[in-house]
Design a protein around this ligand. Sequence first.
Ligand code: NAP
Length: 261
Amino acid sequence: MDLGIAGRWALVCAASKGLGLGCAQALASEGANVTIVARGEQALQAAAAQLRALPGAGQVRAVAADIATAEGRAAALAACPQVDILVNNAGGPPPGDFRTWQREDWLRALDANMLAPIALIQASVDAMAARGFGRIVNITSSAVKAPIDILGLSNGARSGLTGFVAGLARSGIAARNVTINNLLPGQFYTDRLRGNFAAVAEREGSSEQDVAARKQAQIPAARFGTPAEFGTACAFLCGAQAGYITGQNLLIDGGAYPGTF
Ligand code: NAP
C-alpha cells in the first residue's frame, strides 16, 4: 500500500533510537523527507545514516537538540522547511513515589511529555490547515489507559496531553485534513524498557533476562513489540488514506490491556 506521503516533510522527535527511530524508518521508507531530533550526537548521526540508506528514502536531516526546551524546538523547526507530519516523542519521566516528588520533578515531566508536544503542535498546526494536509502523532503510553503506579509522572503528564489534543483534534482543523492521534505503546524492547528491567532486577536481586522473561509471559502475544511494527502503525496514521481517523488513542500492546474497549 502506497501511503501517499512521498515528498512530505516529517519532523520526528526523540528519534535516534527506539520507537521514534522506528517511526522515522517507516516514514522514510515511504519516501517522506525526515528531520530527526535527539540530544546525543553520536546515536543521532548513526540513525541518520541508517535512514539515508533505506531504499526510496527522501532527504534526511538530523538535529542534536533537547526537544523539551524552547531552543531545542526552535532548532528542530528551523531544520524542517515545513512540517506536514509531526511525530511528538521524548524520553519518559523516571519512576518513583509521588510523596518524594517536588514541583521541579513535575515541571520536568510536564515540559517533556505534555508542553513540548503542545508547543510543536502550536508551531505547525495552522500552516498544516492552510495547506490542507497535516498528520500529528503523539507517542504516549499504555499508562494513559491503564495507569502504572510507580509511573505517576508519566500517568499525569501524558493524560494532560491526551485531554488537550482530544479537544483540538475535533476543532476546525479536522475539516482541513489535519489529524491528531496518539499511539500508546505497551512493552517494546527498547533501551528504555531494558533500563526499567535492569532497575527491577537490581532491586530484587535477579537478572534483566529473568525480569524480561516474566514480563513477556504476561503478554497475550507472548513477546515484546518491535520498533518496526510500532513505526508501521505510525506511518499508516500519517498516510493520505488515514484522513478520517482523528482524536484516537491506539493501544499497541500485544493484547496486554485486559478490557473489552
Ligand atoms: P528509548 O529507546 O530510550 O529512546 C528514546 C529516544 O528519545 C532516544 O533517541 C533519545 O535520545 C531521545 N530523547 C529522549 N529525550 C529527549 C529529549 N528531551 N529531546 C530529544 N530527544 C530525546 O525510548 P523508547 O522506548 O523508544 O520510548 C519512547 C517514548 O515512549 C518514551 O517517552 C517512553 O517512556 C514511551 N514508552 C515506551 C514504552 C516501551 O515499551 N518502550 C512503553 C510505554 C511508553 P537522546 O537520549 O540522545 O536524546
